[in-house]
Design a protein around this ligand. Structure first.
Ligand SMILES: NC(=O)c1ccc[n+]([C@@H]2O[C@H](COP(=O)([O-])OP(=O)(O)OC[C@H]3O[C@@H](n4cnc5c(N)ncnc54)[C@H](O)[C@@H]3O)[C@@H](O)[C@H]2O)c1
Length: 332
């Protein structure tokens, strides 16, 4: 049975997998009140040691070598989340598992079952839920009023080698946001993609939600710009979020002047409101929430079940893409 830490005792925590994302976990945890970064684990010894040296903690190359901890963040390649996370959860170690929760439905269930078995908390690292602009939007938008959500998450080719396609790597963020903002499930999907060496590198999905609302998602890792936008249409408003700059704009169309004057007749009165958003690092917000969950002060904001629901759409999109005639852009 997991022991809860007293409020005045730091949560002893390990960062497992300290590559691109996990090194950020270690950085934020090391500076966070209420947490003690006890160890980092990476299969690459030099990498583990280099990160441990920066933060003055123990370096391990395998979770079996971990000193006693209350909690762990898991940022190993997505296909290894269950192999690494299941034994930890079974031992009662609370885990923040990076998104996507896993790459197969069996692995997702294995992680959720292990959490139940070990009475451990499982939080999934859907970081955009902790973006303050998204949190602000979730507070002000009425989910029943949403008629359409559009998201674009596009990046250039990077040196980062992913073991998964762009749908599982990037689009999963926006699928989770669509489900969380609308509270509705997906009933139908149409999708198209452009293939690269590891499956789709550019994908477009049109979603129908149970109340008839529509989602239009584009994810790309072959676009020569970084774009991360979310647009939400309701009957009365149009909301636009720029995820990285944490900007939230609200548009509302006023009355069309009807004086009969030709110039006036075609003038639209669109009001734009820039919402004040207190900028914070989403990862710090996510890890603070994780500490609250570890202490029993909060329920996981992104549960295993919520992450699995987004993954069901991912797998449906992947099935559609694999059945479609593969599109590959030929070099000129
Ligand atoms: N939330 C986000 O915005 C976000 C961003 C990037 C990556 N991620 C997720 O984080 C995870 C890692 O991605 P990344 O880009 O950091 O990958 P990465 O390849 O940079 O890092 C993975 C690290 O895990 C280590 N590793 C591999 N097997 C291991 C094992 N069995 N035990 C311990 N360490 C092991 C590797 O040596 C490597 O250092 C993925 O699931 C990815 O989807 C999330």
């Amino acid at each position: 049975m997991t022991q809860r830490r007293r409020e005045d005792e730091p949560v002893r925590i390990a960062a497992i997998g300290v590559g691109g994302m996990g090194a950020n976990h270690a950085r934020v945890l090391a500076s966070m009140k209420g947490a003690e970064l006890v160890a980092v684990v990476d299969a690459d010894h030099d990498r583990a040691q280099a990160v441990a040296d920066v933060y003055g903690c123990v370096a391990c190359t395998d979770v079996d070598q971990l000193p006693p901890v209350d909690a762990a963040t898991v940022a190993v390649p997505s296909s290894l989340h269950a192999i690494v996370g299941v034994p930890l959860l079974r031992q009662g170690i609370h885990c923040l598992i990076e998104k996507p929760l896993a790459t197969t439905v069996d692995d997702c269930h294995a992680l959720m079952d292990a959490a139940t078995e070990g009475s451990a908390e499982l939080l999934v690292g859907h970081i955009e839920r902790f973006n303050p602009a998204v949190q602000q939007l979730a507070e002000i938008v009425d989910s029943d009023e949403i008629v359409a959500v559009a998201a674009r998450r596009m990046s250039a080719v990077s040196g980062r080698i992913s073991d998964v396609d762009v749908v599982l790597d990037l689009m999963v963020h926006d699928l989770d946001i669509v489900l969380a903002l609308t509270g509705k499930s997906v009933t139908d999907i149409v999708a198209r993609g452009i293939n690269g060496p590891h499956g789709a590198d550019h994908a477009i999905a049109l979603l129908s939600l149970e109340n008839g609302a529509q989602g239009t998602l584009t994810a790309s890792r072959i676009t020569q710009n970084q774009i991360r936008h979310l647009e939400v249409t309701t009957k009365e408003h149009f909301y636009v979020i720029n995820y990285p700059s944490q900007e939230l704009l609200i548009y509302r169309q006023g009355r069309i002047a009807s004086s009969g004057d030709v110039d006036q007749k075609y003038r639209l009165d669109v009001n734009t409101e820039k919402v004040f958003v207190r900028r914070i690092e989403p990862l710090a917000e996510e890890l603070r929430h994780f500490l609250d969950v570890c202490r029993g002060n909060a329920e996981p904001k992104v549960s295993g079940a919520a992450a699995l629901e987004a993954l069901q759409s991912v797998w449906q999109i992947q099935t559609i893409l694999s059945a479609a005639t593969p599109t590959e852009i030929q070099a000129a």
